[in-house]
Design a protein around this ligand. Sequence first.
Ligand SMILES: C[S@@+](CC[C@H](N)C(=O)[O-])C[C@H]1O[C@@H](n2cnc3c(N)ncnc32)[C@H](O)[C@@H]1O
Length: 443
Amino acid sequence: MARRKRRRESPPPFEARIEGLSHEGRGIAHHNGKIVFVFGALPGERVLIQINQSNKKYAEASVLEVLEASPLRIEPRCAHFGVCGGCSLQHLSNDDQIAIKQQAVLEMLQHADIDIGEVMPPLRGDHWGYRRKARLGVKYVIKKERLLIGFRERNKPYLADMQSCPVLIERVGQHLQDLMELVGSLETYDKIAQIEVAADDQHCQLVFRHLVPLPDADIAALTDFAKDTGFWLQLQPGAADTVHNLYPQEQVLRFKPLADEDIAIRFKATDFTQVNASINQQMVKQALDFLELESEDRVLDLFCGLGNFTLPMARRVQQVTGVEGDEAMVQRARENALEHGIENTEYFAADLSKIDGREGWMKQSYDKILLDPPRSGALEIVQKIKPLKASIIVYVSCQPSSLVRDARELIAAGYRMTHFGLMDMFPQTAHVESMAVFRRGRK
Ligand SMILES: C[S@@+](CC[C@H](N)C(=O)[O-])C[C@H]1O[C@@H](n2cnc3c(N)ncnc32)[C@H](O)[C@@H]1O
């Protein structure tokens, strides 16, 4: 006999006092001996909450009503805050967001007994309209008889019903409706899966991923839209290597790693590039300053991507070796160096989580090392970093827990942390980007 699935009743709402804030910005409360992470609640607040998910260790909840508000609470700017999964801190001012993120990482480092050294002023930029790269979901929702374009709902697989997004660059964030009208007008309106957004200072590229071949009428409609609006349009019928220009014929995006230098790196919408142009430029400059680059230096740039740090460093030192996991990006990093007449860089494609020390570039020594790993961090490589003999290491982190773990390894390898600084790369969101500087030897 078929077993009938029992619908799990959601527990009744209850009142809670928020005791603290987690490092990704959720309120912390306790209920029946279990820790509860409460989206949208601030320390000191009394709130009515609803548990959304629960496991053995912790529960996740959202606020139904704020009964006693924190003085830090502000009105979120975006009408979709709380539903859309993109932002989680709009109920705090930008100053408070930065202060809370910084405090959280400092506490994590201190908790791990790491001597932090000097805490640098955070790098700051625009808090709105900063996001230049995004993948927007596209879905025709039969029940709503509407086409939606935007980010996913918080903790849900569905697309949020968004009118606009104040975090995306204005050209896209304030024109989601135009995109919905465009896609809604296509014969293949229900066969467009996503739109990838990538912009530089002058241009904004939209890459339409389509699941069936587009009829001529749709090609014409998309081309007319590009002509009328100035967006650059690309089509993607399959995997990333099928992306091609629709209109105009020539499309080259470039970003400048430093505001006042002539390096302008070519990139594709599908490449990794930093989403916040102003913070990126400040970050590259700060990293270069901390590395105290000298003309005789040999530098290792790990997780080098397209050469965001590599090329500016190469202009200042004898030699830079870049290592990156994505072969296609390594190839484009080489092309970017060539195009800029930079001849003192070399690049290797390697999975840095699987290094055994026998690689040619691992057998050399370096004066300075820059590390910019993904969220999972750089454990395997920092465990093998000692023989490379660098005097200064700059570690750019997009995940505090990985930074703390890797910092301990660097300290065990004979380094000390001299500086730490937050970078406000993703305002309004829970993402925490930071930079830590390590020097070899004790004080
Ligand atoms: C945070 S990005 C930094 C890229 C570059 N430094 C920049 O500023 O644009 C991390 C880079 O690490 C690369 N990556 C991720 N996992 C890797 C791995 N296991 N081995 C080597 N590279 C990896 C990604 O392709 C990406 O380019």
